[in-house]
Design a protein. Structure first.
Length: 152
């Protein structure tokens, strides 16, 4: 079984089918094309988006529905095409796609989640994009909690 070296979790075994392919990388990390979603049961519902190339590059995230239970996707045609999804409708979170809100470092003692540009992963083919919304329905700094409430 292959292994990936990580800064925060040490060396981890993974299945090739678990690797998420980001054909265009992530904004500001365009060269990072492969990530592993790590979901330790002891830290639920937290998830970690770990770069397969850089051991120290790991994003903290939460399932978007844990942050905003009524969240509605609004993906662009290009993002739907990148995920090889039906371009005539928005995919269903939890059934067709996983949707993660990346957590920002604390500011003013509060953690925030990026609901404006969630990471969306097609469950059937493991392709992913950071789906930047064209509207301003959600914020890139949606308040989540104080760090001690999430990380304790």
């Amino acid at each position: 079984m292959p292994q990936v070296l990580t800064k925060y979790f040490g060396s981890l075994e993974y299945l090739e089918d678990d690797v998420v392919q980001f054909p265009s990388g992530l904004p500001a990390f365009e060269e990072e094309l492969e990530f592993l979603v790590i979901e330790p049961a002891a830290k639920a519902p937290l998830a970690f988006l770990q770069s397969m190339r850089q051991p120290g590059l790991c994003f903290l995230a939460l399932p978007i529905l844990a942050v905003a239970p009524d969240y509605a996707l609004a993906m662009t045609l290009e993002d739907l095409e990148a995920l090889h999804m039906d371009t005539g409708r928005q995919p269903e979170i939890g059934r067709e796609v996983d949707c993660l809100a990346v957590i920002a470092p604390p500011q003013d003692g509060l953690l925030t989640a990026n609901l404006l540009a969630p990471v969306v992963i097609n469950r059937s083919n493991r392709f992913g994009v950071q789906a930047i919304r064209l509207d301003s329905t959600y914020s890139h700094q949606h308040p989540v909690a104080k760090p001690e409430d999430v990380c304790s």
